[in-house]
Write a protein that binds this ligand. Sequence first.
Ligand code: NDP
Ligand code: PYC
Length: 343
Amino acid sequence: MSQTSHAADASTVHLPFIELTALLQRIFERHGTSPEVAQSLAFNCASAQRDAAHSHGVFRIPGYLSTLASGWVNGKAVPVVEDIASGFVGVDAGNGFAQPALAAARALLIDKARSAGIAVLAIRNSHHFAALWPDVEPFAREGLVALSVVNSMTCVVPHGAAKPVFGTNPIAFAAPCDGRDPIVFDMATSALAHGDVQIAAREGRDVPAGSGVDRLGQPTHDPEAILDGGALLPFGGHKGSALSMMVELLAAALTGGHFSFEFDWSGHPGAKTPWTGQLIIVIDPDKSRGAPFAQRSEMLVKQMEGAGLTRMAGDRRYKARARAEVEGIALRASELRELEGFL
Ligand code: NDP
Ligand code: PYC
């Protein structure tokens, strides 16, 4: 597909991946990022839109531009990669975005994982405003197992506490699987991602019971009440809360980044991006004993399917991706107009 095409629904347009990426890249550059950073963020954001990961697709662009305009993040930061130990790579992202930091350290991380069997990438002084699966899925496509965590901004009340401390703190995992796309899951440790609360508010929808509390700490279905002085809850009570605490420890304490509660963006009106850290652990499964890992993955998936499972984590995204490859990436016409207005 080389042209923008209009579907039967006149309010929806379809763009080829390359076209949406190029548009987003121009927008990022126009708003103060270097070409390298623009390319990295545009690829990430177009990938999320392609996979119908809507809480982190083009919906995020106004937030990126607002945070850039506020001076809170350095859109031209050049990450500094540190070869710390045989299994440990660090990156000082220079108060820039996390994705270019990962890109800068990726080759060294893979070399170390393949030689030592496991390696850690600790990114600090970074802003992550995106879905996490794009950071791990490519490792699995190269035969590696990857796990990543990133902390965000204080908006989640620890189980049993009265005030927010944690961020929405996602965990993403990717593993190769024979004969199919990698097994990937990516989930906030809050009951809902903050982005989904914003989308529910925009669309005038309630959020499910147990998602959050209002400014008085009372349970609420109202996304506006969560956003206006309220807070989210961890998923699964004390279990999600423990995972969220783990993410704070791994993504911030272990990397040298800020905890979600530790940064103060009040002096930068319009700041939206959490100034925290990210940890990525990469394992080379060829170092393990027994049958090849990807065969064992396939065996597990078949067993799950044999037990009646019809939808694996990641399947919804892969289906959306396959659809986008044929039809182009779906955007509301109003979204496209808004994007073009940013140029
Ligand atoms: P969801 O709850 O929508 O999905 C979580 C995972 O569960 C996904 O892997 C999803 O697969 C899978 N899943 C969903 N429904 C089912 C089902 N019925 N059966 C099997 N698997 C299922 O994600 P979240 O709302 O928790 O997170 C959304 C995004 O927000 C993530 O990409 C996350 O990284 C991002 N985020 C980013 C933050 C940041 O600081 N950068 C902070 C918080 C969140 P599938 O993808 O196929 O739907
Ligand atoms: O959706 O919770 C979220 C989120 C926080 C930072 C980026 N996305």
